[in-house]
Design a binder for this molecule. Structure first.
Ligand SMILES: *[C@@H]1O[C@H](CO)[C@@H](O)[C@H](O)[C@H]1NC(C)=O
Ligand SMILES: *[C@@H]1O[C@H](CO)[C@@H](O)[C@H](O)[C@H]1NC(C)=O
Ligand SMILES: *[C@@H]1O[C@H](CO)[C@@H](O)[C@H](O)[C@H]1NC(C)=O
Ligand SMILES: *[C@@H]1O[C@H](CO)[C@@H](O)[C@H](O)[C@H]1NC(C)=O
Length: 668
């Protein structure tokens, strides 16, 4: 998954140090804190950012409706994708009985304050920064497991079957605190530069923190409130404030939607925008680019703005040998950890290149900004001449050359199908990989090798964008792409859909939904009477498990084609819109509609218990709702409706449109 690198960290450091120095001298008024508290019992989330650092603190309190959960205090930091998780047990041994929460400081009324202790370590000039607060235990508590370092190590424990890495855990040290009655836990990172610290101190009349000797690192706390500080000395990133992340026309949103804009700002930095906190909180290519496409009308443009941050982060991480766009980066302590596993003593970042969908988004977002906006047009030359510096292997390569390598890959891999429209020439997952696009959980694609979204939408949309960029002079040495890319795109647009088409005769469809509800042991209605004709949809993927030629799961991935393409075969477009409208309007399990929104998958037509089991409501890509799919579906339908303006649609098309308008009036 990750290969050794031995650069990058230094470059990042050089980039960030001048910023930090200029910020460190700024007065407090120039460094306003931004806070957000989101309570979702048994979880309490606190975001805190200022110009020194950004922290996300989450308290899990089993007494607030989470009896099966372990009591936990978690701190997540975007810088270095790092953090701390400490798990507790109630001293009385009764699972589910311990409650913990953050108290507001009486002096400020705030639950958290940020800390900047300056540089405290002669071998590391980075300031030691982080967060402090007051944690309250409602009964005596034992700290059983401290994980200090990388978010990835915390996820390996919390989501990866409680995996603890001895190499990391053995370096955790527990010592008495600086003040009597306190204690501290710290861990030196594998880079031998960085340290993560967690300290506790008594407040008022509470028991002293007691270090319990043994082979595990445990601390005992009495009932009451303790001061904690969580700090680390890794290079910090430069955050975009809510005002900086939004364009000038969207500044009102800061006052109108303070929670959303604070969250967006928490995830937005000058060098990249991050996937969700706390679990991801680092670069993900697909997520960055989909976010830009969906939010382009409100994000800041120009140098230092959000859109360029996202595009440059993608280009920095392209595999220049074959043009593949990076899915996820590995940075910080976990990068050193993986490098050392591979026998290389280096802290250089690395990238995961296993996805097959992410490449196509790159020319689409580039065309969207550098061709379709005035600011982008003005910026294109300077931006594309920028030399990459994040990955050693790309150092000194221009953004233009990196973008071109991705375009070359797209042209090369789409040529066979353009020449001959067979299944073998469609885009497949990489050999040996079971995932390759957004439905990247184990059963997300039902074992399918040839994904629907990639082949029917992303490839042709990527090709259209390459064609347009080529005509605007973005590539060198590829005059032919000015027409060839569109010739390819036309074939991919027109000839791929049929491979994925599933038609279930009405009678069979009624039986299948009735059976599905019965086997689920559910008393929910099957709505089979709503089926008045054949049920038509496009399957998730081809070549699925158990020799399934098409993975017969109804889904929302129609949104990609609607959102990214202006297809030109009217007959095909009308029937496509028609089936989308039918499926998103029909109640689950006939269609995808529920009172809470559209489900991303409906396995009822799969015809076996195994489909129902593999796409259940506890699966990541099962019968669940994803908000960006709803947003892309709405935006996609809007794009298609906008195209109808001057046309006189035929009867079936206008019926379709009125039912889509109905969807809009109910859903938005
Ligand atoms: C802290 O203050 C906030 C806002 O004033 C309040 O909603 C919250 O209940 C307080 N928390 C505690 C534990 O008292
Ligand atoms: C906790 O103690 C530290 C060290 O004395 C102090 O800097 C910090 O402000 C305290 N935190 C709170 C929330 O009082
Ligand atoms: C469901 O998942 C299991 C385990 O991964 C797999 O063996 C089976 O083929 C899957 N069934 C379908 C219909 O995808
Ligand atoms: C348009 O699509 C329909 C339905 O898929 C197909 O039968 C027809 O041949 C296509 N027309 C053209 C001009 O490709």
């Amino acid at each position: 998954m990750s290969r050794p690198r031995n650069y990058g960290r230094v470059t990042l450091w050089l980039l960030i140090t001048p910023l930090l120095n200029s910020i460190a001298s700024a007065a407090n008024d120039d460094c306003p804190a931004s806070r957000l508290h989101l309570s979702e019992p048994p979880y309490d989330n606190y975001l805190l950012s200022d110009c020194h650092t950004s922290s996300h603190v989450i308290v899990t309190s089993p007494v607030r409706g989470g009896k099966d959960l372990d009591p936990r205090l978690l701190v997540a930091w975007p810088a270095g994708n790092s953090g701390i998780a400490i798990y507790f047990e109630p001293e009385n041994g009764v699972r589910g009985s311990l409650g913990l929460n953050l108290e507001n400081a009486t002096s400020t009324g705030n639950a958290l304050e940020s800390l900047d202790l300056g540089s405290t370590d002669s071998k590391n000039e980075n300031p030691r920064v982080g967060v402090t607060g007051l944690v309250h235990f409602d009964s005596p508590a034992i700290l059983t497991i401290p994980i200090l370092g990388s978010i990835r190590a915390i996820r390996d424990y919390s989501e990866g079957g409680k995996t603890l890495h001895p190499k990391l855990q053995n370096a955790v040290a527990v010592v008495p605190g600086d003040v009597p009655g306190g204690a501290a836990i710290y861990r030196d990172w594998l880079d031998k530069q960085t340290t993560t610290w967690l300290t506790f101190a008594q407040t008022g009349d509470v028991d002293a923190v007691k270090i319990i000797p043994g082979d595990r690192y445990t601390l005992r706390f009495g009932q009451g409130t303790y001061n904690f500080t969580a700090t680390f000395n890794y290079p910090q990133m430069s955050q975009l404030s809510p005002q900086q992340v939004l364009n000038s026309g969207s500044q009102d949103l800061v006052a109108q939607n303070p929670d959303q804009t604070t969250s967006l700002s928490f995830l937005s930095y000058k060098s990249k925008i991050l996937a969700g906190t706390w679990r991801f909180l680092t670069y993900f290519g697909r997520d960055s680019m989909i976010s830009v496409l969906l939010m382009r009308s409100i994000l800041s443009q120009g140098e230092g703005g959000a859109i360029e941050a996202a595009i440059s982060a993608v280009l920095e991480r392209v595999n220049k040998n074959d043009g593949t766009v990076c899915h996820e980066e590995v940075i910080g302590d976990y990068a050193t950890f993986l490098n050392q596993q591979n026998g290389v003593d280096s802290s250089a970042p690395s990238c995961d290149y296993k996805m097959v969908d992410t490449d196509y988004y790159l020319p689409i977002v580039m065309k969207d900004y550098f061709v379709d906006t005035e600011t982008g047009k003005d910026r294109a030359e300077d931006f594309l001449n920028t030399k990459a510096s994040f990955l050693q292997e790309n150092a000194g390569t221009s953004y233009r050359d990196l973008a071109q390598s991705t375009a070359e890959k797209i042209m090369k891999t789409s040529a066979p199908f353009a020449a001959s429209q067979s299944i073998e020439n469609l885009i497949q997952l990489k050999n040996g990989e079971s995932v390759g696009e957004w439905r990247d959980s184990n059963n997300g694609l039902g074992g399918g090798r040839i994904p629907y979204d990639v082949n029917t939408a992303l490839v042709p949309a990527g090709l259209r964008a390459v064609g347009r960029l080529a005509r605007d002079g973005f590539f060198t040495g590829h005059e032919d792409w000015k027409t060839l890319a569109d010739e390819y795109a036309q074939i991919w647009e027109d000839k791929t859909l049929d491979f994925f088409k599933v038609t279930v005769p009405a009678n069979e469809a009624r039986d299948l939904v009735t059976q599905y509800v019965k086997e689920a042991g559910s008393s929910a209605p099957a709505f089979s009477e709503r089926i008045t004709g054949d049920v038509v949809f496009y399957g998730l993927a081809l070549n699925g498990d158990n020799n399934q030629p098409i993975v017969r799961v109804m889904n929302t991935d129609d949104c990609f084609r609607l959102f990214l393409l202006d297809t030109t075969n009217q007959t095909q477009l009308s029937s496509f819109l028609d089936q989308t409208a039918n499926n998103i309007l029909a109640p689950f399990p006939v269609g995808l509609s529920t009172e809470a929104g559209l489900l991303v998958a409906n396995p009822a037509y799969g015809g076996s218990q195994s489909y129902a089991d593999n796409w259940s409501n506890s699966q990541y890509h099962g019968t669940v709702i994803w908000s960006w799919q709803l947003a892309m579906m709405a935006a996609g339908l809007q794009r298609q409706l906008d195209r109808c303006g001057g046309d006189k649609p035929g009867k079936s098309a206008s019926d379709t449109h009125s039912s889509i308008y109905k969807f809009f009036s109910f859903s938005i």
